[in-house]
Design a protein around this ligand. Structure first.
Ligand code: BEZ
Ligand code: FE
Length: 656
């Protein structure tokens, strides 16, 4: 696949090191030469703020941190910054603290040094948010992107386990959702996959031991990657759903993300198998949805929106609200009923079925059906039916056949049956246009030396055709240009075979066989026998192209699939001789435009012959007077394979 994308990397320094926050902060303050530093940290984070700013002079502390960054709080913070002639803002805290620092930067352009103490990830994006009159406004502005982030996992040790899990899963959701978000590209996908990997290892370890600082590092690193991936790729279906639920029903942010993620993943999984395979691998499993379910079970993660305060009555309205903002980039089309079902199962907390479970159920059914043939008394029938069933099931599963499609297929076969009678064999036509007739012939007529190749029988052979003598005319009253055909019939050792019965039949110049006229005429068909030298000769009509009967369901199938019903011009032969493999074949006309598109796939290059044009007046081989009519001639030497293949030692082996 060619690579083409437009990726924007945000310019930001990341200093990562456990127990090194104070040293990193001091070095950064020195590096940028800040003279008047404002530290933003909520009252509960003051201890941590003092710890990380121990090595620098702080001009002012600001601790009025409120969730969702109310506009008046932002205004107050800006005023304090102005009063102290601040030239650097250091934020120490979670999403609300970073958010307040961003609000200050948005209007003042002050640089931010962010020291996160949670897994919110806001420090790695240029997204800001402000709340005024209960309305949240968000936007993106490069000025609010912290120029440096100092990560120190020790600062997250005090984050309670349930909050760590919810916020870690929020990060995981950002990673997964970014893989099908509007600006997904290979770079942000690489970050997202790495984020999934680290979160999936770190979170269970944090739950196992909340003081495990290496596990905290993993989660912190994963949270950073998730924010970068999300900021770059944009919001996918998952994020849109959570945004609507959070905004319209005031559901808690991180737990809502945690609950919704498995449902969106299960919904999209089959539409993006490559992506889900990478997610599965990053989660340490073979099936993404199953691996996520296992992770949730280990983490004791929230699983139901009803537990987060969403009322069942709101599901219809929520469906409509989300439907209006579904990103066009979503890999699977989202219908209203799909979405309603997704939200209902997220509300109820049902476990989204993973691929693995689905595959297991499908395979189990196939195995049950195959087992039902176990006691078939006829071994060959058992083999054929078992294989047919296995392939039919595989087909249904591969194309994910819908019930409507299956019913349409049944309806089609019913129509094929209804049009079939003693004269019209629509099932053979169906087998022919699907190449099944030709494949059966190919399987059963293995190449034998340079024996003449077989091709389709077609539906127009009739028993008891009239006999013509050598050199006679098989055309009868059928219209068309006369054609002389001659040749020899030999066995595989090139020994001429006398007395071979050759059946010949063909359509007239209007493209019809005699049996298609609905009267009793017999024309364009006959049989004859080779002479003592294995030679034969007869007059017929120069073959012309014609359509197979296409006024029935098979014709509709051809039309629906953009295929032509035309057969390349041909003359049918059936050659039988004792001890020789019966041969059903045609010869085709070299130069015919339809040779490459014969609708029943009957053309073999070895069967294409020169039908040389003979202008009017050209003497005929047997002195027949054709007056002013042009004619043609073709030679067809037939080599028959033996009816049994000579064995390696004994000279005779099994039947061919
Ligand atoms: C034919 O050549 O006669 C024929 C073969 C397959 C389908 C229909 C017609
Ligand atoms: Fe034919």
């Amino acid at each position: 696949m060619p690579l083409a994308f437009d990726h924007h990397t945000l310019g930001q320094r990341v200093l990562f090191g456990t127990g090194r926050a104070a040293a990193h902060v001091a070095a950064e303050v020195r590096r940028v030469g800040a003279r008047s530093v404002m530290v933003i940290a909520g009252t509960s984070e003051r201890g941590q703020a003092d710890q990380v700013t121990a090595g620098i002079d702080v001009a002012v502390h600001y601790d009025d941190v409120v969730q969702h960054v109310p506009a008046d709080t932002a205004a107050k913070a800006r005023q304090v910054a102005a009063e102290h002639d601040v030239d650097l803002v250091i934020s120490v805290g979670g999403g609300s603290t970073t958010g307040l620092a961003k609000a200050v930067a948005l209007t003042t352009g002050l640089p931010i040094l962010a020291v996160p103490t949670t897994y919110a990830g806001s420090e790695a994006t240029a997204v800001w948010g402000l709340t005024e009159n209960a309305r949240k406004t968000t936007g993106t502005d490069d000025r609010v992107l912290p120029f440096t982030v100092v990560y120190d996992a020790e600062l997250t040790l005090s984050l309670p386990v349930d909050l760590s899990v919810a916020s870690g899963l929020n990060a995981l959701a950002h990673c997964v959702d970014s893989l099908w978000a509007p600006r997904a590209d290979p770079i942000n996908a690489a970050m997202a996959i790495e984020g999934i990997r680290t979160l999936a290892t770190g979170l269970p370890a944090v739950v196992g031991d909340p003081r495990d600082v290496e596990a905290r590092e993993q989660v912190l690193y994963g949270a950073y990657l998730s924010a970068v991936a999300f900021a770059s790729a944009g919001a996918g279906l998952h994020h849109k759903i959570c945004h609507v639920l959070g905004g319209a029903y005031n559901l808690p942010h991180a737990p809502t993300h945690a609950v919704v993620l498995p449902h969106v993943l299960a919904f999209n999984a089959a539409a993006v198998p490559d992506v889900t395979a990478r997610v599965a691998q990053a989660l340490g499993g073979t099936d993404a949805a199953e691996a996520l379910n296992r992770l949730y079970a280990r983490l004791g993660a929230p699983t139901a929106l009803k537990d987060l305060g969403l009322e069942e009555e709101s599901l219809d309205e929520a469906t409509d609200l989300v439907l209006a903002v579904v990103p066009p980039s979503n890999p699977r089309p989202v219908t209203r009923s799909d979405l309603r079902e997704l939200l209902r199962s997220a509300w109820a907390g049902s476990t989204p079925r993973g691929q693995e479970e689905q595959v297991r159920r499908e395979e189990e059914l196939t195995a049950t059906v195959l087992a039902s043939f176990r006691n078939a008394p006829d071994e060959r029938l058992k083999t054929v039916m078992s294989s047919l069933t296995a392939h039919l099931h595989a087909f249904i599963r591969e194309v994910r056949l819908t019930e409507d499609e299956w019913n349409a297929g049944i309806g089609f076969l019913t129509d094929v049956g209804h049009i079939t009678d003693a004269k019209r064999q629509e099932f053979i036509l169906l087998s022919d246009v699907l190449g099944a007739s030709m494949q059966t012939i190919t399987v059963n007529n293995e190449a034998y030396g340079d024996a003449t190749e077989a091709t389709v029988f077609g539906p127009f052979f009739v028993e008891d055709s009239p006999r013509v003598e050598l050199g006679g005319d098989i055309a009868g009253d059928a219209s068309g240009e006369p054609c002389w055909v001659d040749g020899t019939v030999t066995d595989a050792d090139r020994v001429p075979v006398p007395g071979v019965r050759i059946e010949v039949w063909e359509a007239d110049a209007d493209g019809f066989y005699d049996v298609q006229y609905g009267d009793d005429r017999v024309a364009g068909r006959a049989h004859l026998f080779t002479d003592d030298d294995g030679a034969y000769r007869f007059w017929c009509l120069t073959p012309t192209p014609y359509p197979i009967p296409h006024d029935g369901p098979v014709g509709q199938l051809l039309a629906a699939t953009g295929r032509s019903p035309m057969r390349a011009s041909h003359l049918h032969f059936m050659v039988t001789a004792p001890g020789q493999r019966p041969l059903v074949t045609h010869i085709f006309v070299r130069g015919d435009e339809l040779l490459d598109s014969d609708t029943v796939f009957g053309v073999r290059p070895s069967l294409v012959k020169d039908f040389t044009h003979q202008p009017p007046g050209t003497p005929t081989p047997d002195g027949r007077d054709l007056g002013t009519r042009p004619w043609s001639r073709a030679r067809f030497d037939i080599v028959l394979a033996p009816a049994v293949r000579p064995g390696p030692q004994s000279g005779a082996a099994g039947p061919l």
